[in-house]
Design a protein around this ligand. Sequence first.
Ligand SMILES: Nc1ncnc2c1ncn2[C@@H]1O[C@H](COP(=O)(O)OP(=O)(O)OP(=O)(O)O)[C@@H](O)[C@H]1O
Length: 315
Amino acid sequence: MIATESLSKRYPRVTALDRLTVDIGPGVTGLVGANGAGKSTLIKILLGLAPASEGSAAVLGHDSARDGAAIREQVGYMPEHDCLPPDVSATEFVVHMARMSGLPATAARERTADTLRHVGLYEERYRPMGGYSTGMKQRVKLAQALVHDPKLVLLDEPTNGLDPAGRDEMLGLIRRVHTDFGISVLVTSHLLGELERTSDHIVVIDGGKLLKSQSTQSFTETTTTLLVEVTDSDAHPDGALALRTALAAAGVEPVAEPGTLPGAARLVVVEADEDSVYDTVRDTIADLGLGMVRMEQRRHRIAEVFQEDREAAAS
Ligand SMILES: Nc1ncnc2c1ncn2[C@@H]1O[C@H](COP(=O)(O)OP(=O)(O)OP(=O)(O)O)[C@@H](O)[C@H]1O
């Protein structure tokens, strides 16, 4: 979908991209980096809206420096900042954007209605956008990126300014852009954890340089930490507590788990550094007469992988 080769962008005072070489395939790719890491600069170069200082970039096989118009025909772009005209409605605006992309009038109106419904805008779509909430504006920006049925969309910080519920809804919508329509997505965020569930692949840049590019799956490899969930029983109304106590007595000391996991209070967490721990856990649960709901190896969360990398670099 996207390939850059030693791509650099230098402004008089700052190097926004520094010899960035990266390949991005189909699916949903998260582009992560702190503010100022160079994400928006990369997107503008890919779209052919800004020239690179050095190196090259190709999108869907087109050279960004030469074929910007061909790229923009097949690619949707959701800019980061608020850029919607306040005095027109979402429908008028998205129809206009569809017409700009070359759709005939009837097709533009039909595609607009479908796309706005897909992003969750209904009756409000006839009202002027000046009165919209941030979440509604982000949805319109997403809709105009999708209306001409692109092969790829570049979404610049689509969750910016949203509350946690709005953020989750937007991330769900982005996932569906790929699963429902087969459109590939490059989505940027300064929050690593946020793209963990949404992306198939993660690219991390820092100071314009490539830090990592790998599948989300390989970021979240399994650990030796074992999560165990058990049922309660009449004899043990708090099954998890009973299991923790019995495991400690059997020489397997449960470890504390940060309360960030869903249902953390109901989970018993042990370090399974030896295979015998699995047997001890199973036998202890059977002896207590509890039901085992699940026993699974915990997966790394991406943020922890980076924490470990940073700690390794520091030591
Ligand atoms: N037109 C410009 N002129 C000068 N410097 C610029 C220009 N555009 C961006 N920069 C600088 O280049 C660096 C990268 O900016 P960029 O907007 O690409 O970062 P970003 O990762 O998208 O961050 P943010 O999310 O804050 O926009 C920053 O230091 C920024 O100040």
